[in-house]
Design a protein around this ligand. Structure first.
Ligand code: GDP
Ligand code: IMO
Ligand code: MG
Length: 422
């Protein structure tokens, strides 16, 4: 059985913390898409750590962590991450496994990402510039290099062929930067990667499942950044939704069990693109400050706004969400009034559906107001001890979505998670 934890908004919902929390009930934790554009924050022994490509189960001894074929892997970032988790006593040679069909991000992918963004001017996506888009383009364009190719003696020749292809494109963009230093660290990291556990991911995971192991699939980004169902073109280049688990790991749909959707109690977005409930005022600033809303990968300030139930209900539908974890509820502690978006006005009409192109239609959100709770909830351990106003807020969301919030996260710490009880 494979349970899934994924983001329901535009990323950074707190997936890393939640995966780390639930991991103890699983034998395998697997990433199925995305790459170093992800930044999943964990607290281990009260120390903060951000994982980009290594699954968030890595700090649990005895748990197998798999980087699945649906990921695009940057060897340089991976080497750095392996070194940083080793400082916590984690032996990646023992509990990290990488699927041989995983595509590799090469230095020219990063260069292409940069030039493509520059060429878009004010239409830029706001990419993390980690080479994600170009790497997935090479996958679907049938050009890319895969981790399994590292074991082939012709790897360098294959790399040079790909680099030449990229160079022609870079020349057409007028890209002038010298990337020889990037290449040097890339080849160092390739040597390191060769020494890790490279496996046939689909046999590996199916054998684990057959043997009765429980798998937790860890999503990166969020549903509204999905290449098909997100706010295209302001999206990432992979399927971030539950369906991505099957082709990102090589498992059958019938293996999927719980789909645990993570949402903040409000909403954020980093990078460009539509965000109907965005608050470009003092309240937005306050959310950013209290929620410490700065990107875990790029450090960019995150755009902040009220929770958007139209987008959330859409995400629940697309993913088949069976339960919700609401994070950062404590961030709302000091707000006197909260708002919740229940519909959009699009071209003079009220709708509770996501329009074809949010950006073009520029919807005005219909907001319902709720009283805040004005107490510190970060030390609450039980649902009973949470303020009634928070319960009212959560119950409204449950009813609207038709899926229940089962856990409320009330701080970044490993144990700041309250189970919702009837
Ligand atoms: P991810 O990409 O979905 O894993 O999320 P990020 O790690 O990028 O961003 C979530 C941020 O919120 C991190 O800094 C977490 O430490 C923090 N965080 C997670 N849950 C909570 C919570 O319930 N309350 C507060 N105050 N912070 C949280
Ligand atoms: P986690 O897993 C938030 C955003 C970027 C940009 C768009 C495309 O930490 O939630 P890309 O680098 O993929 O080409 O960028 O997607 N983005 C994220 N936003 N959290 C993430 O990951 C993100 N990964 C990509 O800001 O708008
Ligand atoms: Mg993040």
């Amino acid at each position: 059985m494979v349970d899934v934890i994924l983001g329901l908004q535009w990323g950074d919902e707190g997936k890393g913390k939640i995966v780390d929390f639930f991991a103890k009930d699983y034998q395998v934790v697997a990433r199925f898409q995305g790459g170093p554009n992800a930044g999943h924050t964990l607290y281990v022994n009260d120390k903060k750590l951000v994982l980009h490509q290594i699954p968030s189960g890595i700090f649990h001894p005895g748990i197998v962590n798999l980087i699945g074929n649906g990921v695009v892997l940057d060897p340089v970032t991976l080497k750095r991450e392996c070194e940083s988790v080793a400082a916590f006593g984690v032996d990646v040679k023992k509990n990290l496994f990488i699927a041989d069909r995983t595509h590799i991000i090469v230095p020219t992918h990063r260069a292409l990402d940069k030039t493509a963004e520059l060429s878009k001017g004010n239409q830029k996506i706001g990419s993390t510039l980690k080479g994600i888009g170009p790497a997935y383009m090479d996958k679907t364009g049938r050009n890319g290099l895969r981790v399994g190719d590292l074991l082939d003696k012709n790897f360098t020749t294959q790399y040079i062929k790909l680099r030449l292809k990229h160079q022609r494109l870079l020349d057409s963009f007028g890209f002038q930067e010298d990337i020889s230093a990037w290449e040097e660290e890339f080849f160092e990291a390739i040597e390191f990667l060769r020494q890790l556990n490279i496996v046939n991911g689909e046999y590996f995971i199916n054998e684990k499942i057959k043997a009765g192991n429980k798998v937790l699939a860890e999503g990166a980004q969020g549903s509204m950044l999905d290449i098909d169902f997100g706010t295209f073109p302001f999206v990432t280049s992979s399927n971030t939704i539950a369906a991505g688990v099957c082709n990102g790991l090589g498992i059958a749909p019938r293996e999927i069990g719980e789909v645990i959707g993570v949402t903040k109690a409000y909403c954020t977005r980093v990078g460009s693109g539509p965000f109907p409930t965005e608050l470009e005022d003092a309240i937005g600033e306050e959310l950013r400050k209290i929620g410490n809303e700065f990107g875990a990968t790029t450090g960019r300030p995150r755009r902040c706004g009220w929770i958007d139930l139209v987008a959330l209900r859409y995400a629940c539908m697309i993913n088949g969400v069976t339960q919700i974890v609401m994070t950062k509820a404590d961030v709302l502690d000091s707000f006197a009034t909260l708002s919740v978006c229940t519909a959009y006005e699009v071209e003079g009409k009220k709708t509770a559906e996501i329009p074809y192109q949010l950006e073009r239609t520029k919807p005005t959100p219909f907001l319902e107001k709720f009283p805040g709770w004005s107490v510190n909830t970060s030390t609450c351990k039980t649902y009973a001890s949470l303020p009634d106003a928070m319960k009212t807020y959560v119950n409204f969301i449950n009813t609207y979505l038709g899926v229940n919030v089962k856990y409320i996260s009330n701080g970044p710490g490993r144990n700041q998670l309250v189970t919702v009880t009837p």
